[in-house]
Write a protein that binds this ligand. Sequence first.
Ligand SMILES: *Cc1c(COP(=O)(O)O)cnc(C)c1O
Length: 381
Amino acid sequence: MKKQYLISPGPTPVPEEALLEMAKAIMHHRTPRFSEIFAECAEGLKKLYKTSQQALMLASSGTGAMEAAIVNLFSPGETVLVVNAGKFGERWGKISETFGLKVEWLNIPWGQAVTPEAVAEALQRNPKIAGILAQGSETSTTVAHPIMELARLTQGKDTLIIVDGITSVGVVDMPMDEWGIDVLLTGSQKALMLPPGLAFIALSEKAWGKSKTVKQPKFYFDLARELKNQKEKTTAYTPAVSLICGLRVILQMLFAEGLENTYKRHDILAKSVRAGTAALGLAPLAPHSPANSATGVFVPDGVDGGKLVKDLRDNYGVTFAGGQDDLKGKIIRIAHLGYFDSFDMITAISAIEMALAKHGHAVRMGEGVAAAQKVLNTRYI
Ligand SMILES: *Cc1c(COP(=O)(O)O)cnc(C)c1O
């Protein structure tokens, strides 16, 4: 037997309370009982998003909500500005091109965040930009983008700000209405501590207005049809019944913790991992604008990051994420979003110390753990 620890930025561990709820016998979705659960989830999502708008539930992975945003908000030939700071920024661009949009790529070196100045300049250079597409947290590089500032650039203008919040909703406060975010979307398998399969998307009044003018083929992801149904406590097609039952439990857990405490927990777990990895001499991938969802660090010279991550998974039983594309084999990403607490971070740092020692890097065992402990203990004293 080997106990498995999942410390990757999606899918993330699912709390037992939700697992047991989802193990119950399936119920029919056109029933008063399910409508009641659905309505509770819809109310909870509004609270999480801090919006007066309906947050729609879609049976898809997070990328489905990204596609839904594009097909509902832009006609072929319209121009969008893509903040491309990693794999998920790139995905915004690829989806946009698939649906005939013109993409202005704002390419940011991996590990860095976009600056509001660069976006303002791009908007000035090209007044045709109809939307800004960005990530709250670019999970591939563990960077956080300044969403509040980006949203401010679109106020009073027709330009829409569309935010992939898949690793920021439930991690950091992202009040949709207050900041003036036009589209905020997320998925079930990251901070929301559920299995993959649900996506969530809310549109501002401005975005709903724009959507009425859009000429773009769509069927499954027709959000106007979903809105009509979901206002009536149901979905256009069969919902992911079990996942929605699990969502109800997750939302109850988050509100019992208190969202502000949820954000504080994520912040201190992130700080403990940054301290622990720094004590091991591991250089951060995103030193200037690190996300609270996950921490990426470079593996030391002479260590094969791919082999390290694989060994950690297969022999130690601890699953982290490695790097993609140019970062393949060079980094390790430690997650701290969702169902994580202090001692998960101790496990993470401890496992990395042990594996680094095995893979020929001189570490003093316990130094990383001690640094993380110091940060974490401030929660209890
Ligand atoms: C995981 C992730 C996605 C993709 O979500 P899927 O559920 O795999 O479709 C998109 N954006 C970000 C920022 C993510 O972390």
